[in-house]
Design a protein. Structure first.
Length: 388
């Protein structure tokens, strides 16, 4: 019991941002809390069930009446923070109870904890609000509720990304079927007696030259596990974001920025492109511009399943050093270097037992121009190898 009180106090205070605690004596824990937490409320009892997402034990409240003013007070009961009648659809989650004189108060917050404070318990009824959308569970455990890559199922059906209260649309994900979504956690929303699971994901929204991640909740039924295979209107797709060789080849065929790649592929007419080999070439042997914050030291991938790998490092370096040159100039340089290394066209025509590993980002301007020194992204790699 003592250990529980210690954890509760430190964790709860840290969440509120009120205290910086490292240890609290178990003896007289309530008195210690009252003295360290600068509050005029007495007889404090903490409740960390909401803080730790224990929704089966959470004490929830809603307004008895949304017609009259109900104020939320600060810790010293000297300032009105919010009038709860302005939030008639909110459920309020308990974090502590206390008294002021002979009156009982409860410390509550909304789901994102953006509004929190003390309310006289007589204004509240226990239970979730019957109006609007109410969060009845929040889970992080992987792979059921968090983690993994997801993509939008349909470009023809609305897939709204909502805020936590399900009152504001932050994006329509049907416009982002070419984006890989990473699920951080999930919540269960109750509305009109029906409960539905939603995933918390982010999507890059671009306006003019600026791109920002917009986060929100989308119904599980509107997204599917796995990376997207729709790369339309996507300037840059990184090597590990493709799902198969067919997916990668479709991107190379359709992208306006893959003309150089298509020209180099033509130099190896009998050596089929392979995604695994291309990922090895890009991550293990490529030359590239590092994005701000990326040191590139831990990008190497396994070569399992491949043997007799030949990396054309001089060609990759040449392409990177001459990234601002025209494609015609680059191809001429590639041909010359291949010949010098003994890979003439005649020899290249005979490489039927090999797989071609190729991945290029051909000096493309970035949306966030400050991510690289020159505001562009360049990445070149070329290799061949046999499958085991």
């Amino acid at each position: 019991m003592r250990r529980k009180i210690k954890i509760t106090l430190a964790g709860f205070a840290a969440t509120l941002g009120l205290l910086s605690l490292t240890a609290v004596p178990a003896h007289g824990a309530t008195q210690s809390l009252a003295s360290m937490w600068k509050t005029s409320y007495k007889n404090l009892t903490l409740d960390n069930n909401f803080e730790y997402n224990r929704y089966t034990k959470v004490t929830s409240y809603h307004l008895k009446s949304a017609k009259k003013s109900v104020y939320m007070w600060n810790d010293t009961h000297t300032k009105k923070l919010y009038n709860l009648k302005n939030y008639p659809t909110y459920t309020w989650y308990q974090g502590a109870t206390g008294t002021r004189g002979h009156s009982k108060y409860v410390y509550v917050s909304n789901f994102p904890q953006s509004k929190r404070g003390w309310v006289w318990v007589g204004y509240l009824s226990k239970g979730y609000n019957s109006k609007g959308y109410q969060v009845t569970s929040k889970r992080y455990s992987e792979p059921t509720y968090g983690g993994g890559n997801y993509h939008v199922i349909s470009a023809n059906k609305n897939a709204y990304l909502w805020d936590w209260s399900h009152t504001k649309v932050r994006a329509n994900l049907k416009d982002y079927t070419n984006v890989n979504l990473s699920r951080r956690h999930s919540i269960r929303l109750k509305h009109n007696g029906k409960e539905t699971w939603y995933a918390y994901v982010g999507v890059p929204i671009t306006t003019k030259n600026k791109s920002e991640m917009v986060f929100g909740y989308v119904a599980w039924s509107l997204i599917a596990p796995g990376k997207t295979i729709n790369h339309a209107n996507t300037d840059i797709v990184y090597p590990n974001d493709f799902t198969s060789t067919a997916d990668y080849l479709e991107y190379i065929k359709d992208s306006n920025y893959q003309k150089l790649t298509r020209s180099i592929m033509a130099l190896f007419p009998n050596t089929p492109v392979d995604l695994g080999m291309s990922q090895i070439a890009a991550n293990n042997y490529g030359y590239r511009t590092l994005v701000d914050g990326d040191d590139g030291d831990d990008d190497a991938v396994s070569t399992k399943g491949y043997q007799n790998i030949i990396a054309f490092n001089q060609i990759s370096k040449y392409l990177y050093d001459n990234r601002a040159a025209s494609n015609d100039t680059k191809i001429a340089g590639v041909k010359k270097l291949l010949d010098e290394e003994g890979y003439t066209q005649a020899k290249r025509n005979q490489l039927t037992n090999y797989k071609l590993g190729i991945y290029n980002i051909n000096n493309i301007p970035l949306k966030e121009i400050d991510e690289t020194p020159d505001g562009k992204m360049a990445w070149y790699s070329l290799a061949i190898g046999e499958t085991k």
